[in-house]
Design a protein around this ligand. Structure first.
Ligand SMILES: CC(C)C[C@H](CS(C)(=N)=N)C(=O)N[C@H]1Cc2cn(c3ccccc23)CCCCCCNC1=O
Ligand SMILES: [Ca+2]
Ligand SMILES: [Zn+2]
Ligand SMILES: [Zn+2]
Length: 170
């Protein structure tokens, strides 16, 4: 995209997030940990930090749901679309929804790697679009990745820093 195009982004230095529902496939603490890990993957590259809130409003609201769940994008059952997230903004902006009809895994067992999908969705929540690079976290289709050395591609880092600038090493 043309850098001058005013793409939506968070303007506050601290962005809040809240996890409002969980999946039966994973322990809650695992979901909490993997969400924090996905957020940190992005925030360590940019001058922006995340703060978790347990109640009340948050910029990024994260949850699991199946089928029709109150927005204009009902989920489609097992397979197909795994999750969706909204670009930065008020209300639904930034929110990330995960399809509860998927079998979510923590990277060890069978099932969809939650860390990989959460990193993709939170990329959208930060304002990133899809990439045509199959190595990019923002590639439009899910590719099984081993959680051990799952990391952002150089293109992902370039894209996020184009939007938010680099985190100073100080
Ligand atoms: C990149 C993800 C983390 C997030 C994206 C959704 S989004 C909005 N966040 N960009 C996603 O779910 N992509 C689908 C795309 C997709 C692939 N197929 C589909 C069949 C039907 C419907 C969608 C798909 C073919 C069959 C495989 C189905 C399982 C895997 N699904 C996907 O990769
Ligand atoms: Ca689905
Ligand atoms: Zn939704
Ligand atoms: Zn996507």
């Amino acid at each position: 995209d043309l850098p001058s195009r005013n793409r939506p982004k968070w303007t506050s230095r601290v962005v809040t997030y809240r996890i409002i529902s969980y999946t039966r496939d994973l322990p809650r603490v695992t979901v909490d940990h993997l969400v924090a890990k996905a957020l940190n993957m992005w925030s360590k590259e940019i001058p922006l930090s995340f703060r978790r809130v347990l109640l009340g409003t948050a910029d990024i609201v994260i949850g699991f749901a199946r089928g029709a769940h109150g927005d204009f994008y009902p989920f489609d059952g097992p397979g197909g679309t795994l999750a969706h997230a909204y670009e930065p903004g008020p209300g639904l902006g930034g929110d990330a929804h995960f399809d509860e009809d998927e079998r979510w895994a923590d990277g060890r067992g069978l099932g969809i790697n939650f860390l990989a999908v959460a990193t993709h969705e939170l990329g959208h929540s930060l304002g990133l679009r899809h990439s045509s690079d199959p190595d990019s976290v923002m590639y439009p289709t899910y590719g099984a990745r081993d959680s051990e050395n799952f990391k952002l591609s150089p293109g992902d880092i370039r894209e996020i820093q184009e939007l938010y600038g680099k985190r100073s090493k100080s």
